[in-house]
Design a protein around this ligand. Sequence first.
Ligand code: SF4
Length: 225
Amino acid sequence: MTNIAKIANDLKNLLEYRQMMGLKEIPISKNSRQMKPDVPKSEISNLAEIRAELGDCTRCKLHEQRNNLVFGDGNPDADLMFVGEGPGFDEDKQGIPFVGRAGQLLTKIIEAMKLKRQDVYIANVVKCRPPGNRNPEPDEMDTCFPFLEKQIAAIRPKAIICLGKFAAQTLLKTATPISRLRGKMGEYNGIPVMPTYHPAFLLRNPDAKKQVWEDVQQVMKILNK
Ligand code: SF4
């Protein structure tokens, strides 16, 4: 498949998914939310520009086995953003984040927050699936993270929920284990960041759902202020 065909396929997947969710518009602009004063406006791209800049990315070795680059999905004006570590099998097939079993659980968490999935924005630290669902490696996260940073700058959410160790450690620039990070509000460029467990962890450890719900409730207080 040519580069252009792959990008076209990504866009087709995105359109089909959004149609399925009952959405008519493509997230392309981000003009309404006030930007942080220390970020020059000229340096903030909208989501379409960031996707175009990524192109058919070969910046790290994760491009070698991917089927689809998973850019992100949701409301470009979202108050709440979820950040995971990277696409899995289903996400790689569909080009959309969090659509497998863990994604279905994330959707339930979002709905429990009295939100719809299309209200929030969901992205990952790395945008291509690590082979065999292995953990993303430091060089891969370092290479891909600037694009997540641009997405966050474009969306400028009121709060970010980091799903799992890699998202939390990357955004908060720490090596502290997720078991100690979770439940404690951190900050990324002035945006409150709540680390919590990844939905895939919850599928294996359902007892941890209570802790995630406690974490999520802290974020709901920020959103409802
Ligand atoms: Fe490019 Fe990120 Fe994919 Fe690596 S993971 S190839 S940096 S889009």
